[in-house]
Design a binder for this molecule. Sequence first.
Ligand SMILES: Cc1cc2nc3c(=O)[nH]c(=O)nc-3n(C[C@H](O)[C@H](O)[C@H](O)COP(=O)(O)O)c2cc1C
Length: 195
Amino acid sequence: MSILHINSSARLEGSNSRIIGQYLVDKLDQPVISRDLVQQPLPPISAEDLMGVHGSSASERESLQAQLALSNALIDELRRSDTLVLATPIYNFGIPASLKQWVDAICRAGVSFKYTDQGPVGLLGVKRAIVVTASGGTPIGGDMDFASGYLEHICKFIGINEVYHITASGSKGKPEQLIASGKQQVDGLVATLAN
Ligand SMILES: Cc1cc2nc3c(=O)[nH]c(=O)nc-3n(C[C@H](O)[C@H](O)[C@H](O)COP(=O)(O)O)c2cc1C
C-alpha cells in the first residue's frame, strides 16, 4: 500500500502546503503516488462530458470515454493507497479550481460512493486522509474557511473516515515560523499514528 500525495498550489517554489506536505510524506516513509494538479493539470472537461462522467454514462462518445478513463485512473490511484495526503492553499476562501476538478472526477455514484436508504455510503477503502491547508489571513477551521472542512466532507463521502488536519495559516508572516509550526504538527501526528 502507498500514499497518494496530491499537490494543488499554484506556487511551485515557496509554497507552504507543498513544503509541509512533502515533509509529511517523507516522514510517513511509504511508497508514494504523486499527482501534481498544477504541473500536470487535468484536461478541461466539457459540460456534456461532466454530466456523462457524473452519471457514468454508457455513451461511446470519444471525449467522454477519455474523461471516464481518466476518472477511473484517478479513482484507481485512491484504491491503491492507504493514506491520502491532500495539500491545498485556500484561494478565495475555497479550494483551487484544479483540486475541485479532481474532486469532480473522483466522486462517482456506484464507483466511489453509492446511494442507500440510509444516505450516501463511501466505497473506497483508503484508511486515512491528511489535509494540509495553507492560507493567508483566513483562519483555518474558521467560518470563512470553505476548504479544509469541505475536503474532510469529500473524504468521508467516499469512505475515508479518519481525517486529520495540518494547518499553515498566516502566509504574510514569517515563513520559517509557519513551516516550523507545520512540521511540528506533522511530527505530532506521525508519532500518534505510529502508536
Ligand atoms: C488566487 C489567490 C486567492 C487567495 N485567497 C485567499 C483567501 O481567500 N484567504 C487567505 O487566507 N489567503 C488567500 N490567499 C493566500 C494563500 O492562501 C496563501 O498564500 C497560501 O499560503 C497559499 O498556499 P501555498 O503557500 O501552498 O502556495 C490567496 C492566494 C491566491 C493566489
